[in-house]
Design a protein around this ligand. Structure first.
Ligand SMILES: [Zn+2]
Length: 342
């Protein structure tokens, strides 16, 4: 429980050290003027978008049924806003570059060049690879638990944390799926789903780190440990979705949760004499170093590869080692419990 107090303390501390900073790009009055005009006229300067033109009387010259469907209209509107943001950003960045200014962030993201309609193609590719790595890791974990370990031992031997890792796998796959979609096209709903999925995954990972490192096997104690962390995670997601999408504050919350679990895992690896602790160390050190990319993020090189994309690249090999550790832990946990049974 002491960890929860530490997390709360750190979160409050970060909150006090000026959390409410918006992106410089979308605070720029010229960008706002362009975006405001584009939303009304469907044109960002010289560039106009056909899908931004909604007939004033609500009737369409084309009588296709789907043109009046709410989902179609909503997607059309979202696509229009995304295109307005993108082209106003491009225009402002060109103007800024001619005056000798460097790139700034817009709505929490650096200005990227679209490739095949994908806003951040490199991040999309790395997110898809991360998803594939989690899927591969989870499938091999599943095979290990339900086929290899169960057939080698009697029915009473079991690994106590398998359900936690199944949920972890589902949340990871969900998070990387939305990450790929969000990096493909930045819209209000894709952004909220990506940020929310990432926060859920981080919150749950922290819970798993506490439960595994303190070997919490009792259901009631698990609920007691998980409840405050879950409550905080849900409150934070509600804040982002329904009150304010504050990128600076969200980044600080995510860093505090991530650092907390890295600390928990590293201390546990140091004192537990786990046979695969070197894998844990690799993920902790690698994850810590990778996080530096996310904190000291630099603008995209050639408008394509930024610190965030590189961060997604580093998590691919780390994910492989991480699932390898989880499988080793399952073997270790099962052999320990069968020894105790004898
Ligand atoms: Zn991302």
């Amino acid at each position: 429980m002491a960890d929860c107090y530490w997390i709360t303390f750190l979160v409050v501390l970060f909150c006090l050290v000026g959390a409410f900073d918006a992106s410089a790009g979308d605070a720029d009055p010229l960008y706002r003027a362009c975006f405001g005009q584009c939303k009304e006229t469907g044109c960002a300067g010289e560039t106009c978008f056909a899908h931004c033109n909604t007939p004033l009387n609500g009737s369409s010259s084309d009588d296709n049924w789907y043109l009046k469907e709410p989902l179609y209209l909503w997607l059309k509107q979202a696509n229009c806003l995304s295109d307005c943001q993108y082209h106003c950003m491009l225009q402002r960045e060109t103007e800024r570059a001619t005056h000798g200014f460097g790139p700034v962030k817009y709505h929490g993201k650096w200005p990227f060049k679209r490739v095949f309609g994908l806003q951040e193609p490199v991040s999309v590719a790395f997110s898809a690879l991360n998803l594939a790595m989690h899927l591969h890791g989870w499938l091999s974990f599943f095979t290990l638990i339900y086929y290899k370990l169960r057939s080698n031992a009697d029915e009473t031997t079991c690994y106590n944390y398998s359900s936690l890792w199944h949920i972890y796998a589902f949340l990871s796959i969900n998070s990387w799926l939305w990450s790929a979609i969000f990096h493909g096209r930045d819209m209000d709903f894709t952004e909220k789903l990506d940020y929310s999925s990432a926060v859920v995954l981080l919150g749950f990972s922290l819970i798993v780190s506490v439960l595994r490192s303190f070997s919490v096997k009792n259901e009631a104690t698990r609920v007691l440990v998980a409840a405050p962390l879950l409550a905080f995670t849900i409150t934070h997601i509600l804040y982002l979705n329904y009150y304010q999408m504050d990128y600076g504050w969200n980044m600080k919350v995510c860093v505090v949760i991530a650092v907390s679990q890295l600390l928990i895992w590293s201390i546990w690896a140091g004192i537990s004499h786990h046979p695969s602790r070197w894998k844990l160390w690799t993920v902790v050190v690698g994850g810590g170093l990778a996080m530096l990319l996310e904190i000291y993020d630099f603008p995209p090189y050639l408008g394509l590869v930024d610190a965030h994309a590189l961060w997604h690249a580093t998590t691919i090999p780390l994910t492989y080692i991480w699932w390898s550790f989880i499988k080793d832990d399952a073997k270790y946990g099962t052999s320990n419990s069968s020894k105790k049974d004898k």
